[in-house]
Design a protein around this ligand. Sequence first.
Ligand code: PEP
Ligand code: MN
Length: 343
Amino acid sequence: MIIVMEAGATEEQLKEVVNRIQELGYTPHIIRGETRNVVGAIGDEREKTRLQYMEALPGVERVLPILRPYKLASIEVKDERAGERTIVEVAPGVSFGGRKVTVIAGPCSVETKDVMLEAARAIKAAGASVLRGGAYKPRTSPYSFQGLEEEGLKILAEAREETGLPVVSEVVNPEDVDLVAEYCDMLQVGARNVQNFALLKRLGSVKNPILLKRGMMTNIEEFLMSAEYILSAGNTKVVLCERGIRTFETATRNTLDISAVPVLQEKTHLPIIVDPSHASGAWQYVKALSCASVAAGADGLMVEVHPNPERAWCDGPQSLKPTKFAELMKDLGRFADAAGRSV
Ligand code: PEP
Ligand code: MN
């Protein structure tokens, strides 16, 4: 259930609502909005009639059931009429969900300091706002490069120091969450871990925003339930990422589910970005898919860029050279314009 507060409700009235929710055995989650606040009451839905009585409390506008299985992720907790959506800030001046299309770029994995710095300088010059690089790589084969781990996180932090770009990196194991959170601005959950519920719950207790990638085999509802795990564990800063799903088609590594962008926008207030690199697996298609994603309303992109793709330790065939990435960023402007956004 959600308790919608009146526009002019006081903090005292909000506190009273929170206390009553707790007394009734539910967990309250305050979701602050521009026009009014709402409080999610999460718990046993069979007891919901008792929550309904809260409509009588001062400052309460109405009490609404959320019919979808995901609650805090649902668009219903925001003021839809006001077009309210969540904006997730990653660093001062860098956020997802506003007017700007925010671009994350960088190599698949952290390799050497030199490669990372070269990539970081190039993506910054082209207009990207966040640097990526995996230090923990969940590889299909146990014989493939598994990542530099803490050494890689240190390199990422150095690249941030030099360029001022915030950094995002994947965390695979719940035990590594604190370490990755120490070095990185944003933590990534990869496609293969989207239903690693122990990891998702653990990420609920960090302050860093989370980039949650859709699994290649998860449908939209399952994807949103994964976001719900993080939100309900206390972290409201979740950005969703469509990265292609597995279909019968083999011409591309995965099939970009472009419809996920408007479908998710209808169902959730969370920002949605697209990763055209893992979706296609081939650099030649990355520009077209990026432009299509922005035209469809994506709040951002995640693009793999490597100074020497042919020498990359991981995902070279889908990585753009810096010159190609700069071209992409330039061309993206027109699509962002058409979608009422800026790059
Ligand atoms: C990545 O972004 O580094 C990655 C491994 O992607 P995915 O989890 O989407 O396969
Ligand atoms: Mn990759």
